[in-house]
Write a protein that binds this ligand. Structure first.
Ligand code: KG4
Ligand code: ZN
Length: 346
């Protein structure tokens, strides 16, 4: 079966084609360059870009996959969470295409698509596992029992982890997005040389908070500048990154202990970070925990992860969506909570 995936939750316009789990094409066009000067995503610009781009990306995905429109058997699309205007473009495109081709459509939760991204093209998924989605918009911890059974465990109470990387990059005078910039600065620094006065206040909870560490960086820069001293951005970036990585791992370990789980699945844009991978893999090994990451090209927003989960839900659970489905910008992680349920296609 050929499944088309559509992803437009933020600034990436993604269209992918998969055949029985295997990626045939995975096209992404990004409006990122138009947002850079504003230091963050401007929703209006992102929406306009999706409108102008989606048809071209769709045609490219079909062409590169070597399939015809008429061969599409299912259309999977992100319907939330994300920017309302951006989501609406993908949802409307998917519905119109599904209607004209007379094929089933299925709305996919963006966070769940990230969660299963390490298993694209693989048959086996090691349920149950602890999922951590870490991106520019989300820091979400959940226990995943099946393709459609999630128990949300925690989330950020303020900034998302990627957002904290982005803001710290801005504080240090570098560009947006800041994740990869902080990572490369940190490589040349020594975390021990800068002590950031920061302790995560709620060690017992599974929720996250990153605004404190961001403020600690801001105050450090202010205080050192006041004393007319030069800031070593390499050491500061390294200290920030190490603190964040260690704090997040503490939460993961706590979640594993509470839920008695030995498998962790990390996904989302921040999961591309090499130091984070190295630290998580090394630390979890000591506790007999296995950590699984997506391939690098599947960490950032893409439509292959949407197509893949859509195909699994359709084939294994016989789910499709009806045409009343619409964009839900604040969709929660849990399928059963606060949004349109899938209809069962009997
Ligand atoms: O998943 P994603 O493409 O978009 C959202 O759904 O938000 O993630 C983008 C986020 C940005 O905040 C970016 O700074 C961060 O991922 N990121 C990184 C790295 N590369 C991208 N964070 C840390 N280290 C990196 N190497
Ligand atoms: Zn994402």
């Amino acid at each position: 079966m050929i499944t088309l995936g559509i992803e437009t939750s933020c600034d990436e316009t993604g269209v992918a084609v998969i055949r029985d789990g295997k990626i045939l094409s995975n096209e992404v066009a990004s409006s990122l360059r138009f947002h850079k000067r504003y230091g963050g995503i401007v929703p209006e610009i992102a929406t306009r870009y999706h409108v102008e781009t989606i048809d071209r990306v769709f045609k490219k995905a079909i062409l590169n996959a070597g399939v015809k429109k008429s061969q599409i058997g299912l259309i999977a699309f992100t319907y939330g969470p994300g920017l309302a205007g951006s989501l609406l473009v993908g949802v409307s495109f998917a519905k119109a295409l599904g209607f004209s081709l007379k094929v089933p459509i299925i709305g996919i939760n963006h966070l769940q698509a990230h969660t299963f991204s390490p298993f694209i093209g693989k048959r086996y998924i090691p349920f149950p596992f602890i999922s951590l989605v870490i991106s520019g918009g989300h820091t979400t911890l959940a226990l995943v029992k099946d393709l459609d059974r999630f128990e949300p465990l925690g989330q950020t109470k303020d900034d998302a982890i990627g957002e904290a990387f982005d803001k710290v990059s801005k504080i240090l005078g570098f560009g947006y997005p800041g994740g990869h910039i902080i990572e490369s600065l940190a490589k040349k620094g020594c975390s021990e040389r800068v002590k950031l006065p920061y302790t995560p206040h709620d060690r017992e909870s599974l929720n996250f908070s990153f605004s404190g560490i961001k403020t600690a960086v801001l105050y450090y820069v202010r205080d050192v500048s006041r004393r007319d001293n030069k800031i070593n951005v390499f050491d500061l970036a390294s200290s920030f990154q190490e603190t964040v990585i260690k704090t997040v791992f503490e939460k993961l370990k706590l979640a594993c202990d509470i839920k008695k789980i030995k498998t962790i699945v990390i996904s989302g844009g921040v999961s591309i970070n090499r130091r984070l991978r190295e630290y998580f893999i090394g630390s979890s090994r000591r506790y007999g925990i296995k950590v699984i990451f997506p391939e690098n090209n599947l960490c950032l927003d893409n439509a292959a992860m949407v197509a893949s989960l859509g195909e699994r839900l359709y084939k294994k659970k016989r789910y499709i969506s009806n045409y009343y489905i619409s964009a839900l910008s604040s969709l929660g992680f849990n399928t059963g909570e606060g949004y349109v349920r899938f209809t069962v296609n009997n």
